[in-house]
Write a protein that binds this ligand. Structure first.
Ligand SMILES: Cc1ncc(COP(=O)(O)O)c(C=O)c1O
Length: 417
């Protein structure tokens, strides 16, 4: 075949597997009705009737923006008020010490892209956990990098510090700089959250390693995509303060996403935020990431930035927004608890879940189990070594029923194997 694309851009045909299964679920709903289908596929908050949740507090502000404010360019780095307020939205009452700057990106995805493209060399490996959000691999590949993994869990189901540290050191010895992405709290796909003690140990490790090797560069990107649906109040942000006052060769970045927090998935809004050890590194971050904005998507979505800026600027609007967000956070936590308890009752093993949109059931032959579940009108995302259930998308009633169906499908595959 005479290809027109270059060798490194040859891609397999076909949709993203998550969107493909979601499409199959939609078709099944059209034939058997939505009450008869468990659609646990997309990572978006749905109400009990399977409709996408959109916050009134967000869309009343968005709809009242002037046409010209929506239509005009936002400026390459983002609008000044957004750039200021997104820092507050990210850290709330747990602002770390350091030189903090932000650049608008289209969602958290853009923030991950900028970190990979600017803080690793071409050909480098980015360190992520074995259970992970698949697009990290795509973004790395698209930018001529790749990923390598550490084991997320130790034998007690907590953060595998030994695996993380040894992989970091192995890479640092070879590459001399390492970007690692830690998706916590509310890790996708497991719902794991690192404890403050685990963060403390990571901070100690960075400090010791960085001081012993001033020529190395340690870059951490905290992917906090689901943070606003965790914990009771702000306690899941405490770790941010721990990541303060780093040595000169450690840089902490945050991938902030407004997709879930503001129910703005398609409006493509977010930011990359740095907590730099000195002003020079912070200034360098601003010029580099602004340049990357210009060279990729140019500007971000003005109307989405203005909406976030207006909500965070106005005490009353902010309160209404936070109340609405809290209401859905509680619903999500109740759904997840229903699944976790039902799984415990029947001894269905799950990865250590703490909070967030997803729960992982490790299993063999996930594709076969998922296909078996489809026969029962239950749609779930297959991972390499398990299944991803999404309480964000399924009613509490269905969350209660789901573990037994999963066990039944797993047992039937085991029997037929
Ligand atoms: C772990 C994780 N990180 C980042 C993102 C980025 O989301 P967005 O680009 O929509 O903000 C997602 C979205 O699903 C995610 O699951």
């Amino acid at each position: 075949m005479n290809r027109m694309v270059i060798e490194t851009s040859v891609r397999q045909a076909g949709n993203d597997p998550i969107f493909r299964i979601a499409e199959a679920a939609k078709n099944r709903i059209a034939t058997v009705g939505k009450d008869n289908v468990i659609n646990s596929t997309l990572g978006a908050l749905m109400d009990d009737n399977g409709n996408l949740v959109t916050f009134d507090s967000v869309y009343s502000v968005f709809r009242n923006l002037k046409d010209s404010e929506i239509a005009s360019y936002a400026g390459i780095p983002g609008t000044p008020t957004f750039l200021n307020n997104v820092i507050d939205a990210c850290f709330k009452s747990h602002r770390p010490k350091g030189y903090i700057r932000s650049i608008a990106t289209p969602g958290g995805t853009g923030a991950i892209r900028h970190a990979i493209a600017n803080y690793t060399e071409i050909g480098d490996k980015v360190l992520i956990s074995d259970w992970h959000w698949e697009p990290y691999e795509t973004i790395a590949d698209e930018n001529h990098r790749s990923v390598t993994t550490f084991k997320l869990f130790n034998e007690n189901g907590n953060f595998n510090m030994n695996s993380y540290k040894s992989k970091m050191l192995e890479l640092l010895n070879v590459q001399k700089r390492v970007l690692s992405i830690i998706n916590s709290p509310a890790h996708n796909p497991t719902g794991y959250c690192l404890s403050d003690d685990e963060w403390r140990e990571i901070v100690l490790f960075y400090t010791k390693t960085a001081k012993a090797h001033p020529e190395w560069r340690i870059i951490l990107e905290c992917d906090i995509a689901y943070i606003d649906f965790t914990g009771k109040n702000d306690e899941s942000r405490r770790f941010m303060e721990l990541l303060s006052d780093m040595p000169e060769n450690v840089l902490v970045l945050y991938a902030y996403s407004a997709s879930k927090a503001y129910t703005m998935y398609g409006l493509r809004n977010g930011a990359i935020i740095c907590v730099a050890p000195n002003e020079e590194i912070a200034d360098e971050f601003v010029s580099t990431c602004s340049y990357s904005n210009r060279g990729t998507w140019s500007n971000g979505t003005h109307g989405a930035m203005s909406t976030l800026a207006k909500i965070t600027d106005d005490k009353k609007l902010k309160k209404t927004f936070e109340n609405e967000q809290r209401k859905y956070k509680i619903i999500l936590q109740q759904r997840a608890a229903a699944f976790v308890n039902a799984a415990k009752e029947i001894n269905l093993q799950i990865c250590h879940y703490v909070d967030g949109f997803f729960i992982t059931i490790p299993c063999q032959k996930p594709k076969m189990v998922s296909e078996e579940l489809m026969k029962m009108n239950f749609f779930i995302v297959e991972l390499k070594n398990g299944l991803r259930f999404a309480p964000c998308a399924v009613s509490e009633e269905q969350c209660k029923k789901a573990p037994a169906l999963i066990k039944k499908a797993m047992d039937s595959i085991e029997i037929n194997a």
